[in-house]
Design a protein around this ligand. Structure first.
Ligand code: NAD
Length: 256
C-alpha cells in the first residue's frame, strides 16, 4: 500500500517509533530512522521487510539538526511522504521540584521538534499534493496526571499543533493527526515501573499491576503493533479525510 513512499520516523531506534517504522515498512515504505542507542539491530528489523532504510542521528532538540535530517531524507529517497513525530522523553516530579532544564528539554524534544520537522517537510508534501504527518502525542495530550507538568503541557501542545497543521492543509492531500496511547511497555514506561517498585519496595509485577490499575481500565498495555496498525490506517487512502484528530488507544483511560 505504501510502496514508493518514504517515511521519516523520529525516535525509531526503540519502543513505539520502532513499531511504527516496522508497520510502515511492512506496507512497503522506505524508512528514514532516527534516535539514539543501538542502530544496527533496529535497522535490520526494519530492513527485514525488504525496504530501504537510512539513518540520521539528529538530536531532536536542535532545529539545525532536524533540518539536516529532513534534507538527508530528501536527498537519499527524493521526498518525505510520511513524517512521524515520535521522539519523546519523560521526567516525573512536582512542579516546585521540576528541574528547569528538564522542562526545556521535554518541550524541545516532545513539542518543538514536531513544529520544526513539519515546517521542513510541508513545502515538499504540498508540492506533491500528498502527505501524512502523524504526531505521537499521548493520552496526556487529552488529560493530565500529577508530576508530569512538562510532558502534559508538551502533549497538549502537540494536539493543538496537530489541529493547526490539519487546518492549514485541509484542502490538500496532506493530512495531520495525533495518536494518543495510554500505557505502552517501552523503556520510557519501564523506568516509571522501576521507580514505583523501588519507592514502594514491591516487585516489578506488583508495580506494573499498580501502574495499570491507577489509570487504564482495560488493565492491558497498548502495543507498538496496535499503534502501527492505526498509523497504517491514517496513511491509507481511507484516511484521506481524517484531519486534526487526536485518536486515543488507551484502554479506556480518557473515557473515565
Ligand atoms: P522510548 O524511550 O522507547 O523511545 C524514545 C525514542 O526517542 C528513542 O528512539 C530515543 O532514542 C529517541 N529520542 C529521545 N530523545 C531524542 C532526541 N533528543 N533526539 C532524537 N531522538 C531522541 O519511548 P516510547 O515509549 O517508545 O515513546 C515514543 C513516543 O510515544 C514519545 O513521544 C512518548 O511520549 C510517546 N508515548 C509513549 C507512551 C508509553 O506508554 N510508552 C504513551 C503515550 C505516548
Amino acid at each position: 500500500m505504501l510502496k514508493g513512499k518514504t517515511a521519516l520516523v523520529t525516535g525509531s531506534t526503540s519502543g513505539i517509533g520502532l513499531g511504527l517504522a516496522k508497520a510502515l515498512a511492512a506496507q512497503g515504505a522506505n524508512i528514514v530512522m532516527n534516535g539514539f542507542g543501538d542502530i544496527e539491530g533496529p535497522k535490520a528489523e526494519i530492513a527485514a521487510f525488504g525496504v530501504s532504510v537510512s539513518y540520521h542521528g539528529a538530536d531532536m532538540s536542535k532545529p539545525a539538526e532536524i533540518e539536516a535530517m529532513v534534507r538527508h531524507a530528501e536527498s537519499h529517497f527524493g521526498a518525505v511522504d510520511i513524517l512521524v513525530n515520535n521522539a519523546g522523553i519523560q521526567h516525573v516530579a512536582r512542579i516546585e521540584d521540576f528541574p528547569p532544564e528538564r522542562w526545556d528539554a521535554i518541550l524541545a524534544i516532545n513539542l518543538s521538534s514536531a513544529f520544526h520537522a513539519s515546517r521542513f517537510v510541508l513545502p515538499g508534501m504540498r508540492s506533491r499534493n500528498w502527505g501524512r504527518i502523524l504526531n505521537l502525542a499521548s493520552v496526556h495530550g487529552l488529560v493530565a496526571s500529577a508530576e508530569k507538568s512538562a510532558y502534559v503541557a508538551a502533549k497538549h501542545g502537540l494536539v493543538g499543533l496537530t489541529k493547526v497543521t490539519a487546518l492549514e492543509n485541509a484542502t490538500t492531500g496532506v493530512t495531520c493527526n495525533a495518536i494518543c496511547p495510554g500505557w505502552v511497555l517501552t523503556p520510557l514506561v519501564q523506568k516509571q515501573v522501576d521507580a514505583k517498585a523501588a519507592l514502594l519496595g514491591i516487585s516489578n509485577a506488583e508495580a506494573t499491576a499498580l501502574l495499570l490499575g491507577e489509570k487504564e481500565p482495560s488493565l492491558q498495555f497498548t502495543t507498538p503493533d496496535e499503534l502501527g496498525a492505526l498509523a497504517v490506517f491514517l496513511c491509507s487512502a481511507a484516511g484521506n479525510n481524517v484531519r486534526g484528530v487526536a485518536w486515543n488507544m488507551d484502554g479506556g483511560w480518557a473515557a473515565q
